[in-house]
Design a protein around this ligand. Structure first.
Ligand code: HEC
Ligand code: HEC
Length: 215
């Protein structure tokens, strides 16, 4: 009998892992109330006192790191909570440990209030097709349906893409592609990234990445 349960648990473990939910954040009334109680000025000073600026720079666009400027506040809040819940891995997991709900709301509305850098719109036809048309036969929806016509981000949890650091952009696409990053609810980004080729990922990265960093 013991052996049976052992076999059963070995069999079920991968299933249990797969069934793990991608995020604990739902944009219900309570969560939206927490985020709208965020204070931009408080966020601005917390970004200094909590040393977020060290990596993300004063303008949120970062020097080399990922840009946190100009995303929807709901997206930023979700990312911070996801790091806290270890739904995303990496250096940020440590950085959010001491943040409470109010800190996260303040920092989210602060970074959301900052403008994102203009993109270069490079990447040629490969990028344009992916951004505006997608490939219905390959089940790839256009990026613009969720991330906006100008890469400005969408509702709630769809981040802005325009002005993102090129290397960070590629890293994030690879992380969704390989399943290292799984905090996208309903696998929306994993399903997009998986079928993309390296060339296609580089093309959309060129398209959206910040002026000055794209080559
Ligand atoms: C030591 C450098 C460092 C510090 C300090 C830091 N961050 Fe980050 N942050 C990163 C990196 C790098 C990423 C990209 C994710 C990754 O590679 O793990 C990131 C990602 C993020 C993201 C998600 C952005 C996205 O679009 O995916 C948010 C939001 C964020 N940081 C906010 C903050 C806040 C708020 C603070 C201060 C409490 C902070 N960070 C402090 C390095 C840092
Ligand atoms: C069906 C909606 C949808 C489509 C289509 C889509 N995305 Fe996304 N994307 C999302 C969502 C939602 C997230 C945020 C997931 C999370 O962390 O909660 C995201 C996150 C991202 C990120 C990470 C940004 C960051 O700051 O961490 C990148 C990069 C990205 N998408 C690129 C693309 C590209 C390029 C395309 C087109 C080839 C695309 N997306 C198409 C919904 C979509």
């Amino acid at each position: 009998m013991k052996l049976f349960y052992l076999a059963l648990s070995v069999f079920c473990l991968p299933l249990a892992l797969q069934a793990q939910i991608s995020s604990n954040v739902a944009f219900d009334r309570q969560t939206r109330a927490i985020i709208s109680a965020g204070n931009i000025d408080a966020g601005k000073s917390k970004a200094v006192s909590m040393k977020c600026n060290k990596c993300h720079a004063e303008n949120g666009q970062g020097d080399e790191d990922v840009s946190v400027a100009g995303h929807p506040s709901t997206y930023l809040y979700k990312q911070l909570q996801d790091f806290k819940d270890k739904k995303r891995s990496g250096i940020m997991v440590k950085k959010v440990k001491k943040l409470n709900q109010q800190d996260m709301a303040d920092l989210s509305v602060w970074y959301a209030s900052l403008p994102f850098a203009a993109g270069m719109e490079k990447g040629g036809d490969v990028a344009k097709t992916l951004v505006y048309k997608g490939y219905p036969k390959r089940m790839i929806k256009p990026c613009s349906t969720c991330h906006g016509q100008n890469g400005e981000g969408g509702k709630y949890d769809s981040p802005a893409l325009t002005g993102q650091d090129r290397d960070s952009f590629i890293e994030m696409m690879e992380a969704f592609k390989t399943g290292e990053r799984t905090n996208d609810v309903y696998s929306r980004m994993r399903l997009i990234a998986q079928p993309l080729t390296t060339e296609e990922i580089q093309a959309v990265a060129d398209y959206y990445s910040a002026a000055g960093t794209a080559e």
